[in-house]
Design a binder for this molecule. Structure first.
Ligand SMILES: [Mn+2]
Length: 388
């Protein structure tokens, strides 16, 4: 086993936010610079505030480099704390490794990343350097060029700590087994970054722990709600709105109104088109939410209009054909809901997909359908700062 690079080990920093200051908290930007800039504007981020970015700046989007640069620039003029995420370590450790096999992993992944998410940091860097990305390219030479040209960005990324400890809240991308963070210093950081399904460990803490990594929607079972999840009894704040990981995701920004008090609100943004509803719609009373970890279905038949009827736990659900997993015809490739949202004429929604017969949208963080007529409303925002 090769030795860990410093960026792969646990590093802890400490800060103390002044009373009365707002602290903006977000995570999992995942190469979505447009959404990042929008959400900071939405939250009216200023020099009077602090910003904590709880990891995963990179990948699963087309704007990884711009995200890094936005945060580098902001860090010079504003109070900004950026932490490492598992995807950041993944990419960075490959670019900083001198082992050709390690480097190759990144080149090998790139086409897959591009087909799923439209790009990746490596391809963005090659693009900026004018190096055509193709199979059989000089990988070691490309990595050398990247390290030379992007030294500032790579230095910024390599310096990101794992854990930010403050008197009333501890921040980490994935999760922590306890708050004695000094005991973790120097360990492999991966278990605390890629800490899947953190809430299922049943932990609670004497002070707040803010985490990203696992989309909060995955902890919910009735509505596909992308809003942050605050568990006051266990003192855990789950930030991740699924930005990047899901096309339907949003970038949440939690606003800690005062670091002396437990008052939290949030705003969100995304880079999806927006539509405005022209008619009211009553919510469906009976609906299904097929969760990602339980997405086995039985195909009953196509309905001919781009939808398929499936059976899921004895319920018949109409799903878009494109939600069927091509490799595994008896399961969905995504989580899905047939919930018809409560809508008032004039409501603005983020459009995930227009199916002609209906719009699959997100409104107030919640995914569902709006079947009525709509008009384009790009730039409009329905939401308001909401209490958590
Ligand atoms: Mn992550």
């Amino acid at each position: 086993m090769t030795a860990l690079l410093p960026c792969q080990t646990v590093r802890v920093v400490r800060a103390d936010f002044p009373a009365g200051q707002r602290v903006l908290i977000l995570s999992d930007v995942h190469g979505h610079d447009t959404a990042l800039r929008r959400v900071l504007r939405r939250a009216a981020f200023s020099r009077a505030d602090s910003l904590v970015v709880v990891g995963d700046l990179l990948e699963k989007g087309r704007e990884s480099l711009p995200v890094v640069r936005t945060l580098m620039v902001l860090s010079k003029t504003h109070s900004v704390h950026v932490l490492m995420g598992n995807m950041d370590v993944f990419t960075l450790s490959k670019l900083l490794s001198d082992d050709p096999e390690e480097q190759h992993v990144l080149f090998d992944y790139a086409p897959m990343m591009a087909s799923w998410w439209g790009g990746c940091l490596l391809m963005e860097m090659c693009g900026e350097l004018g190096i055509p990305f193709r199979e059989g390219m000089d990988e070691a030479g490309t990595v050398r060029e990247i390290r030379r040209h992007f030294e500032e960005e790579l230095t910024f990324l390599s310096g990101l700590p794992t854990i930010l400890e403050t008197p009333r809240m501890t921040f980490v991308h994935g999760g922590l087994p306890h708050l004695r963070v000094d005991e973790l210093i120097g360990q492999d950081s991966n278990p605390y970054l890629k800490c899947d399904d953190f809430l299922s460990r049943g932990l609670s803490f004497p002070k707040y722990v803010a985490v990203g990594h696992w989309p909060a929607v995955l902890y919910r079972d009735r509505f596909m709600d992308m809003s942050p999840l605050l568990l006051r009894d266990r003192r855990i704040l789950c930030l991740d709105g699924g930005c990047g990981v899901k096309k339907s995701g949003q970038l949440n920004c939690v606003i800690w109104r005062d670091p002396q008090k437990d008052r939290f609100s949030f705003v969100w943004e995304d880079d999806l088109p927006r539509i405005r509803a022209l008619e009211d719609q009553a919510p469906s009373e009976d609906f299904t939410y097929i969760r990602y970890h339980d997405r086995q279905v039985e195909i009953l038949g196509k309905d001919g209009s781009g939808f398929t009827l499936v059976s899921w736990h004895g319920r018949t659900v109409r799903v878009p054909d494109e939600a069927l997993d091509r490799g595994h015809p008896d399961r969905l490739n995504t989580d899905y809901t047939d919930f018809r949202l409560p809508v008032r004429a004039g409501d603005v929604m983020s459009l995930i997909r227009d199916f002609g017969a209906g719009h699959y949208v997100r409104k107030d963080g919640v995914l569902g359908w709006y079947d009525g007529p709509a008009e384009p409303a790009d730039g409009a925002w329905q939401g308001e700062e909401k209490e958590l």
